[in-house]
Design a protein around this ligand. Sequence first.
Ligand SMILES: *Cc1c(COP(=O)(O)O)cnc(C)c1O
Length: 445
Amino acid sequence: MEKLKYDKPVISRITAGVPSKFGLPSKQKIISEIDGIPVSRLIEEYGSPLFVFSEKTIRNTIAEAKQAFETRYPKVQFAWSYKTNYLDAICNIFHDEGAWAEVVSGFEFEKALSLGVNGSQIIYNGPEKSEEDLELAINNDAYIHIDHFDELYLLMKITKKLNKKARVAIRVNMDTGIYPMWDRFGFNYENGEAWNAINRIMLAGNLELTGLHTHIGTYIMAPSAYAIAATKMANLFVATNRKFNHWMKYIDLGGGFASKNPLKGAYMPGSETCPSFDEYAEHISNAIISSEIPHENLPALFLETGRALIDDAGYLLTTVLANKRSSTGRRYLVIDAGVNILFTSFWYNLGIFPSKPVSDYMEETTIYGPLCMNIDVIRDVVNFPHVKSGDQLVIERIGAYNVTQWMQFITYRPNVILTDTEGNIKIIRKKESMETFKNSENKNI
Ligand SMILES: *Cc1c(COP(=O)(O)O)cnc(C)c1O
């Protein structure tokens, strides 16, 4: 008998899911409808791939977040983070639910104004604000969150020129135990830079210091980090009053709450590890309420939650193009949605499910998009049932960052639809066409 070849032992993770008290789940989850509307009908009428947003889920999620904070803190104001998803219809739902606008560019500022948001309800963040952008913000009484000293000097110059007061806050970065620390935005707390910026603003004639802002990172799974941030903000808040006898109006803790999507490499499903709004709210309100700030001077609490408010409301419907085998026998699936419209597939193991019952036989599968590019991988490896070309699949929790960070590449960007609370379907962004290009290009050189 021939000697057997030595195979190195490997420990491989069970990919069948997490055991519950009934053992390992064996049934494949299916998403056959969205808000009661069959996936097959949506694709038939609006094409594939197709982005679908659920108005009901958006409204329920923000209601849940508001409830968590408003029951714990007296003055709470959400501001919708435009860059997370700035489709007009989506922004309008958040504004209708009482959210202000949080913007990070002149473009986003103009978009908020175009939707009828009052300038005094726009929070203007970000490192890039041109002189024209700042003038627009000042003339509209927006809250300008200063990122660096050069922006502060520019503001002093512009307000003097316009002979107008600007409402400003500073962005503060700090050590909250989250690493790597996001210290590229704003003024540092620990080295005294933030305090220095506060002093300069208080001495400048035309700047009204209205608040303090921080955004400690994104997908923060430790609510306790927010308690540290809130405490440090409260310290600056009290110190400013002690020295200048000035109470600011608000403390803005930015965004960053995690969504239920599993990060690549995470062992547990995101739905098990994602803290609830209640947990974040508990840490934040406890920290501010038990700080040295007197109760009668408690600032409003601003929140710029993005990802956690919209991820669950978005779906990407897609169709199987082909089944293949790799040179080593691995099963390959090719679908019609690529990484160009699914930016978050680079961070998450996105949940992808059949839209109708399929065989329970699962096999390790690599799922590719349709692009003629090697990097177009939607899932590196996923235990997936056998499906055929033409079968429709649903990718869940894609509401955040995909319809803003997407790019037009190789093919048109697809329709985006909204299923509204009355059961109607509305196209909220039309599929691109050759017209889209003809309108902005010039072939006559
Ligand atoms: C991106 C961003 C947000 C939203 O962050 P999420 O992690 O999506 O909640 C809020 N504030 C600022 C300043 C941002 O840049």
